[in-house]
Design a protein around this ligand. Sequence first.
Ligand code: ADP
Ligand code: NI
Length: 217
Amino acid sequence: MTIVEKIKQEIRAQFEQDTTGHDWHHIMRVFNLARHIQSKEGGDLEIIELAALLHDISDHKFNGGKLDEGGKVTRSLLQKHNYPKEKIEQVVYIVDHVSYKGANTPSEMNTLEGKIVQDADRIDAIGAIGIGRTFAYGGHKGQPMHAPELKAEMHESFEEYANKTTSTINHFYEKLLLLSDRLNTSTGKAIGKERHQFMEGFLTQFFVEWNFQPENK
Ligand code: ADP
Ligand code: NI
């Protein structure tokens, strides 16, 4: 069995039961999107596949806010399989830098392989799937679907982004609608553009229905 197949089995066992939007199917979609982007843009396929499989291994939202935990878990898992040290560090770098940290919070991703995995993860956060995941996560967190009195915020730091209460509709303005402009590769941007337009159409219709009024005589 290849290293990718082994890690795939382990991740599947760990994520199959998840209902927070980080489920096994999200990981498989990111895996497939990343493979597609790699076929157009190049980059080391094995590193990309491993990073896609491992990118959510220890999410800050579910591990008590620790930001570098994902990289540590990734390192020890790949060491267990005797994967070469230098390649391990390439995967660890991606896992530690992949996530979105707020509208006005800069993020760094310096390798082609990382840019591709980040694009794949961001593309799966927008479009019809992105809408579904966001409402699922909002319900899991117990936040309102929409709260007109609560304004969307452009977070200046990761702490702010991670800790502020919001509504699911605000999350579109705080993250989802910003993602298509933050994609790295031209292959990713082309896919992102279509999904972005779909979300805009959804929001237009959402507000039409939300603001429905009886006609006055
Ligand atoms: P990703 O897997 O793309 O890195 P995250 O880990 O940030 O995504 O979050 C998982 C899913 O939950 C994504 O679809 C994301 O947009 C959504 N999400 C994150 N924070 C919120 C929030 N405060 N309200 C609604 N949805 C959220
Ligand atoms: Ni993800």
